[in-house]
Design a protein around this ligand. Structure first.
Ligand code: TPP
Ligand code: MG
Length: 246
């Protein structure tokens, strides 16, 4: 999805189901993004349903869902992993462990081993990867998609990562649950873009001029998208009850 497409999720007056429904559910269908959920772990049920549908319709689609490690405490994850394995559904559960459930370190909320949660259901195509290493994530994800697409059933991918910013815009002073030094260390030593950049440079695939040009182009594209969103007028208050049925 391009930045301009993404900011349409914040549309003000552009008439579309996107503005009316909001970013939680109205994702572009053409991209086969079928929605996200503001309910922690909500996406795992949606994705497992999509995988069931893909299988029953005889397509080769594979459903992939992403959730934070906070979702490991939600019962629905275990209900769907059970069914997905029983019915050999093409679904990949991707847990992004960024160390914090909102403001709580995951070790204060998560007992035992994370991958063992999937193997308990007989899901043995599991892996824990460095989520900051794009190439590692890509290689494992590709293998998992092929496996699920071949009808072998679900997979579970644990990506170990970090959240640079706060849990939400108001989460500004984070010192009471993690140090500035920790944040700085992840940014300076473990940044995924820097890691990939270093590899591309080492391999001779790209040089500094290429990176500088790409950065300028991406910044301009982002800036245009933000301006587009900010300059859209607010909707007419008369529309407030439009498409509201209950
Ligand atoms: C079922 C449910 N319970 C509680 C919340 C409130 N809530 C929003 S995010 C969150 C923590 C989620 O942790 P994680 O998945 O690690 O997300 P992160 O903080 O890393 O973005 C909670 C408890 C919610 N949205 N849904
Ligand atoms: Mg988290």
């Amino acid at each position: 999805m391009s930045p301009s497409e993404y900011v349409r999720l914040y549309d003000r007056t552009i008439t579309s189901p996107v503005r009316i429904a909001g970013m939680a559910i109205a994702w572009p269908r053409a991209l086969l993004l079928i929605g996200c959920s503001l309910i922690v772990a909500g996406s795992v049920g949606i994705a497992t349903g999509a995988a069931l549908s893909a299988k029953r319709q005889g397509t080769d689609r594979v459903a992939v869902c992403f959730f934070g490690e906070g979702a490991l405490g939600q019962g629905v994850l275990y209900e769907v992993m059970n069914l997905a394995q029983l019915w050999k559904l093409p679904v990949i559960y991707v847990c992004e462990n960024n160390l914090y459930n909102e403001y709580t370190h995951y070790l204060e909320t998560t007992a035992g081993d994370i991958l063992a949660r999937a193997t308990a259901f007989g899901i043995f195509h599991v892996a824990s990867v460095d989520g900051q290493d794009m190439r590692a994530v890509y290689a494992t994800a590709k293998d998992f998609v092929n496996y699920s697409r071949a009808g072998e059933g679900p997979c579970f991918l644990l990506c170990n990562t970090y959240r640079y910013a706060g849990h939400h815009v108001g989460d500004i002073n984070r010192e009471y649950y993690r140090s500035k030094q920790e944040e700085q260390q992840w940014k300076s030593e473990r940044d995924p873009i820097n890691i990939l950049r270093a590899w591309l440079r080492e391999q001779g695939f790209a040089d500094s001029a290429f990176f500088a040009q790409t950065e300028t182009e991406v910044r301009a594209e982002m800036e245009n998208a933000v301006q587009f969103a900010l300059s859209a007028p607010y909707p007419d208050p008369a529309e407030v009850e439009q498409d509201v049925y209950a």
